[in-house]
Design a protein around this ligand. Structure first.
Ligand code: AMP
Ligand code: MG
Length: 420
């Protein structure tokens, strides 16, 4: 493992730059699953279920027809063919939802629609396509075996079956199966509320004039979008000035949330007070610097047991640190077990040079041809260049010790877009 050491002028101490794995280990070991809440059936879509769901019903409740056709006794049509049709009286019409009071005897039939309960006495359904209507009668042109086109009671679900296990991420079919047993309320894990504070004297908000020296606070928006995308509930704390007072006041206002995220002011600049204010608020700092690029100045700790992430200010670094560290944390809090995106091994279509020492996360465009993955970079990789994220569908991981990944060599890729 390639660990860098940074001499901290302010404290006179060496600060260890930890690896991405160590950072993740420290974060995830201190993140806990949220409490439970009951929501309406449709609101549970995309959430993790916090209860086992057993069936108290048999589905289908009775033997029913799998086809539109005629309920008959199979023995009656043993020798039926186009040339020698068997003629039946049709006793009644049985649409889905109606139950027949009659019992079929030899030589009798009942017209039946898909889903209607099989009348007493019948042991098969002959489908419409091999019959011919003949006034009050029907001609059957083919034999049928016993039980053919009959869906038996309980073929799908029996009383006491375990339908959904606690911990499952709910998808549309889960919603359907719960509806089929009339379950209208579902216990799921709560979504974390995530307070986001952007910091910097240079920031103006989305609807303010951009005067000289100012830039728009885009990080709050990309972070809020990332929180929403990861199933969390974003709470914007707006923009704090680069003063301890303002930072302290605004950070305090976010302590009611489940997670606190700050953007910028976490490096070693003269106006980077975020770390100091974290300390003032009683934060136990678990790490500050990670051997990665972009995103080296990223801090994590907790204030009274509440996870706090100090993300870097550069827009791409901020998004990347969220992706690597905050997203898995939010998923874990919601009871998810699949915390990471799909990864593949892919071949580089170009030389990628870097300084050894840190792990680089290169914004890339990955494609798949004949089962083999290939990638190229999105172009310039400045950590302030949000266009590199916009163009990317993936991140290529270039290991710490490498100084070049040559064209034709392979490396691991994180798929941001899993449709590749
Ligand atoms: P800092 O870590 O405070 O030195 O910020 C690093 C870089 O990120 C600077 O160029 C900032 O202007 C930029 N930056 C900081 N906060 C934001 C933000 N909320 N939106 C966009 N860019 C930002
Ligand atoms: Mg700043």
């Amino acid at each position: 493992m390639n660990l860098g050491f940074i001499y901290n002028l302010a404290t006179g101490k060496n600060i260890v730059m930890i690896s991405v794995e160590e950072a993740l280990e420290k974060i995830l070991s201190s993140i806990h699953v949220m409490g439970e809440e009951e929501v309406s059936l449709l609101d549970s879509l995309g959430r993790v279920i916090a209860e086992d769901v057993y069936s108290h019903l048999t589905i289908p409740p009775w033997n029913n027809s799998a086809m539109d056709g005629y309920a008959i006794i199979a023995e009656d049509v043993k020798s039926a063919s186009k040339e020698n049709p068997v003629r039946f009286r049709v006793l009644e019409d049985l649409p889905a939802g109606k139950v027949s009071e009659r019992k079929i005897k030899r030589g009798e039939s009942i017209r039946i629609m898909t889903g209607a309960p099989i009348p007493e006495g019948a042991d098969a359904v002959i489908m419409n396509e091999v019959t011919e209507k003949d006034g009050e009668f029907v001609k059957i042109l083919s034999p049928v075996s016993v039980n053919e086109n009959i869906r038996p009671a309980g073929e799908d679900i029996k009383i006491g079956d375990l339908l959904l296990k606690k911990g499952k991420l709910l998808v549309p079919s889960d919603i359907g199966i719960m509806a089929s047993i009339q379950k209208s309320r579902v216990t799921v894990f709560q979504r974390p509320r995530v307070a986001i504070l952007s910091t910097g004297d240079e920031l103006v908000d989305i609807d303010e004039p951009i005067t000289k020296g100012k830039i728009v606070n885009s990080n709050s928006y990309s972070l809020e979008a990332q929180v929403t995308d990861a199933g969390g509930i974003p709470i914007s704390l707006g923009i704090a000035k680069d003063t301890r007072d303002d930072l302290s006041k605004k950070l305090n206002s976010g302590l009611g949330a489940d997670v606190l995220i700050t953007s910028a002011g976490i490096s070693v600049g003269d106006y980077d007070f975020v770390k100091d204010v974290f300390t003032d608020l009683g934060m136990t700092m678990k790490f500050w610097k990670v051997a990665m690029k972009p995103g080296k100045p990223v801090a994590f700790g907790d204030i009274k047991g509440k996870p706090v992430f100090g993300l870097p200010g550069n827009p791409t670094a901020s998004m990347l640190c969220f992706e690597l560290f905050v997203r898995p944390s939010l998923l874990k809090m919601q009871g998810r077990s699949d915390l990471f995106r799909k990864g593949v091994t892919a071949e580089s279509l170009e030389d990628i040079k870097k300084k050894p020492g840190r792990r680089h996360f290169i914004r890339t465009i990955t494609s798949c041809k004949d089962g083999q993955y290939y990638f190229k970079t999105t172009g310039a990789q400045g950590s302030g260049m949000l266009t590199s994220m916009v163009l990317a569908n993936s991140l290529a991981i270039i290991p710490e010790d490498l100084s070049i990944l040559k064209k034709g060599e392979k490396t691991r890729i994180i798929l941001l877009d899993e449709r590749i």
